[in-house]
Write a protein that binds this ligand. Structure first.
Ligand code: NAD
Length: 341
């Protein structure tokens, strides 16, 4: 039986990945600071609640069952998704920069070292589109997120800089220690069982929550002018893309995992309203009005971002296809059930 270790298994994508690995017949150990928030319990065979910044915990969890010495083969697949992250309100305000960089870098330093020491079969690392240079994402209609455009580097957040550092870390371990790595850059993953309130939620979940909570006459508030563009990948497509990439042997990345269906944030808000069957208006809040209401500058991020899927398609002969409209409808249904519990 194959064994997988999922780091960040209590998080949104990690939890979905555990569910998929169990369906594939794997023995799975999950590790996280917390249990999955919206599923009664993790489907992992073993769930270790602990801090991956702690090197001794990392050493313990990397030893696969029945393998008491570090010199025999460890897990077949390791998925490193643990990171100190959140939505725009957490990453782009600047208030959490030191923690974001320190915590995530510590995790990745520990994981790369342990993966070599305990002879991991292969290690998937989830980087982010936030590592792309800001200067290539100023035009909302024509952003450039081709993998090769990463350098000269100029991410617009410290979160993006840490991702870039850790990508390089895993590739260095690949060159120097033959660590069998796969590095992918996620572009806005969303779907049911994801954080939908509390400040760490992403745009699709925030729009669905707002649409669910609206009553007649209310306006759906969108941060910024709403003309900034993004693409959003539904969770099932994300998990499929991760698995396909991790299990092939010819290409280690970096590669984008995202949707190429680019929309404005106002378009996304409209899809959430459509899913809710509501005809309320959208209100864009920016500039001084935003500062007056929230006490900090509107965290809009880059003006345009879209997943360039050409490389993934070329290497994997596949790409995500779920239309955004369908993903928003499923996500709205789940968030609506949470809001109205
Ligand atoms: P998430 O926040 O739901 O999951 C991350 C998990 O890591 C959390 O459950 C958290 O508790 C855990 N974690 C954080 N610090 C830890 C520590 N010290 N020890 C143990 N566990 C710790 O995020 P997600 O959306 O599931 O994202 C997974 C990965 O994908 C992250 O690395 C993220 O940066 C990356 N990513 C996600 C997106 C997206 O749109 N969701 C986009 C780009 C990149």
């Amino acid at each position: 039986m194959k064994k997988a270790l999922v780091l960040g298994a209590g998080g949104f994508i990690g939890n979905h990945l555990v569910n998929r690995l169990k369906k594939d017949g794997y023995w799975v150990r999950g590790v996280d600071l917390k249990y999955p928030e919206y599923q009664e319990k993790s489907n992992a065979d073993e769930f270790v609640q602990g801090d991956l910044k702690d090197v001794s915990l990392v050493s313990r969890v990397f030893v696969a069952p029945n393998q008491l010495t570090p010199n025999i083969l460890g897990f077949d697949e390791i998925y490193q998704l643990a990171a100190d992250m959140g939505g725009a309100g957490y990453i782009f305000t600047g208030d959490n920069d030191a923690n974001v960089m320190h915590n995530s870098a510590m995790i990745n330093l520990n994981v790369a070292e342990a993966a070599v020491k305990f002879k991991a079969g292969r290690v998937f690392y989830s980087s982010s589109a936030c590592m792309y240079p800001e200067h290539n994402q100023l035009d909302p209609n024509n952003p450039n997120c081709e993998e090769s455009s990463a350098y000269p580097a100029n991410p617009d957040s410290e979160y993006g800089w840490e991702k870039l550092f850790s990508e390089r870390l895993y590739f260095a371990y690949n060159r120097n220690y033959n660590l069998n790595v796969r590095v992918a850059r996620f572009h806005n993953i969303f779907g049911p069982l994801g954080t939908w309130d509390g400040g760490r939620e992403k745009a699709p979940a925030a729009m669905c929550r707002k649409a669910a909570e609206l009553t007649d006459g209310d306006e759906l508030e969108v941060w910024g002018d709403g003309l900034q563009t993004r693409s959003f990948l539904y969770i099932d497509d994300c998990v499929e893309a991760v698995i396909r990439f991790t299990r092939q042997d010819d290409f280690i990345g970096p590669v984008n995992i995202g949707s190429a269906e680019m929309v404005s944030i106002n378009d996304l808000a409209q899809l959430a309203l459509d899913a809710a069957g509501k005809s309320n208006k959208i209100k864009n809040l920016a500039g001084k009005d935003f500062v007056d209401k929230y006490g900090f500058k509107c965290p809009e991020g880059v003006r345009g971002r879209n997943s360039d899927n050409r490389l993934y398609r070329e290497k994997m002969n596949w790409e995500p296809t779920q239309p955004l409209k369908d993903g928003v409808a499923s996500t709205f249904k789940w968030i609506n059930s949470q809001v109205n519990i």
